[in-house]
Design a protein around this ligand. Structure first.
Ligand SMILES: *Cc1c(COP(=O)(O)O)cnc(C)c1O
Length: 381
């Protein structure tokens, strides 16, 4: 049963794009733990498309249909993690091809790109988003095959202009993939701005409860490259289990509600601590003081999100003292869950990290904003 065509994305997302349990009428879509599916007497598949769960499973399809709806894409695929999704795109490249990516991005992927590209003789250049025309200058015409963006960039929250980057990538013969984990489809829809692929660590906001590891790619078009990615997922087996896919659709149904809350709380917290004596700078795209605030206003149509960073007077030691005193904020990595997290990124990324040592990253959850403010006020001392 599909939703009426004229309802908003918000409504269809809350109702799992019309998926109910067809067999029982259950309002919640069913979970299908089966790894293998029956054939009839004539050896035709009992249900076309259901064969073996490394390729397809009806439970994946619910979450995939929801992702397509959210991003306005042609098709979507789930993966076992955000990294598995990202690497599936990278693995469509050949030796001699070239990738361009921002200097500040999810560190795990930056690290793995370096290692993978050097092993497979794929060129890799990083550009500084703060420098004008840096992306254009990093591109090698007819050799750059993939422009990778992350916006907002983790953990300084620079905003990259997606529609401009799409034009630059396409005129050089490259595809544009955008890691939109932090923005979520509620804030920004990269496909509408010209991206070819949107990548998510669904582990973060999409699931929203820090209890599922998952990734996703949403494609603007079902084309040859997309079929190549489907083949990679099938053969590499980088697929999640049906329980995780089911939990993900459940988490995604409250995405708009959660984003609404974190948009509000993060902005209040950013404004509240911008003038604090211990805080050198608050990095949040929703603040007029943020260098990319104007791009953010145009591109982040659904709010500025729940991620912000504080740069602290007194550097690394002062940061670690503050973190020690937090009681409501949990000291943990990751982001996008219902509970607020605080992290000293440099300690996690270590030597060679481009992240300033005086930076604390905050993932704002859905708790009472007053409790969060009190906790930070106490911790900052
Ligand atoms: C966490 C994260 C990833 C990696 O996702 P996993 O699900 O942990 O594999 C990629 N990009 C961003 C922006 C992330 O925050």
């Amino acid at each position: 049963m599909k939703n009426p065509a004229d309802v908003s994305v918000e409504t269809s997302n809350a109702q799992a794009v019309g998926n109910i349990d067809q067999a029982t009428g259950g309002i919640s879509p069913a979970i299908h733990p089966s790894t293998t599916f029956l054939r009839d007497e004539n050896y035709a598949l009992f249900v076309e498309g259901n064969s073996y769960s490394r390729d397809e499973n009806p439970t994946y399809k619910v979450a995939e249909a929801m992702l397509c709806n959210l991003e306005g894409g042609a098709d979507a695929m789930l993966f076992s993690s955000g990294m598995a999704a990202a690497m599936t795109i990278v693995q469509t490249l050949y030796p001699g091809d070239h990738i361009v990516a921002p200097r500040i991005m999810y560190w795990g992927l930056r690290h793995w790109l370096r290692s993978f590209c050097s092993q497979y003789h794929i060129g890799l250049s990083f550009f500084d988003p703060a420098e004008p025309n840096a992306l254009e200058r990093a591109i090698v015409k007819n050799t750059t095959k993939l422009v990778w963006l992350e916006s907002p960039c983790n953990p300084t929250w620079d905003i990259l202009n997606i529609s401009e980057s799409a034009e630059i990538a396409h005129s050089a013969g490259a595809i544009l993939a955008v890691d939109s984990t932090v923005a979520t489809p509620v804030l920004t829809q990269p496909i509408k701005l010209g991206a070819d692929f949107v990548v998510h660590s669904a582990t973060k906001y999409l699931n929203g409860h820090c209890d599922v590891l998952a990734g996703a790619i949403v494609a603007a078009q079902d084309n040859e490259l997309w079929q190549k990615m489907r083949e990679i997922r099938l053969n590499a087996g980088c697929i999640l289990g049906s329980l995780e896919a089911w939990l993900l659709q459940r988490g995604m149904r409250t995405l708009f509600l959660r984003m609404d809350r974190v948009n509000q709380s993060a902005l209040v917290i950013a404004e509240c601590f911008e003038k604090h004596a211990k805080v050198k700078q608050v990095l949040y795209p929703g603040l007029p003081s943020h260098p990319d605030h104007d791009i953010a206003k145009n591109q982040m149509t659904g709010g500025f999100g729940g991620m912000l960073s504080f740069r602290i007077h007194g550097g690394e030691n002062a940061c670690l003292e503050i973190v020690k005193r937090c009681k409501v904020f949990k000291r943990a990595t990751s982001l996008g869950g219902v509970e607020s997290l605080i992290e000293h990124r440099y300690s996690i990324e270590g030597e060679g990290s481009p992240v300033p040592r005086d930076l604390l990253r905050l993932s704002i959850g859905i708790e009472s904003v007053q409790d969060l403010i009190s906790d930070l006020t106490h911790a900052l001392g």
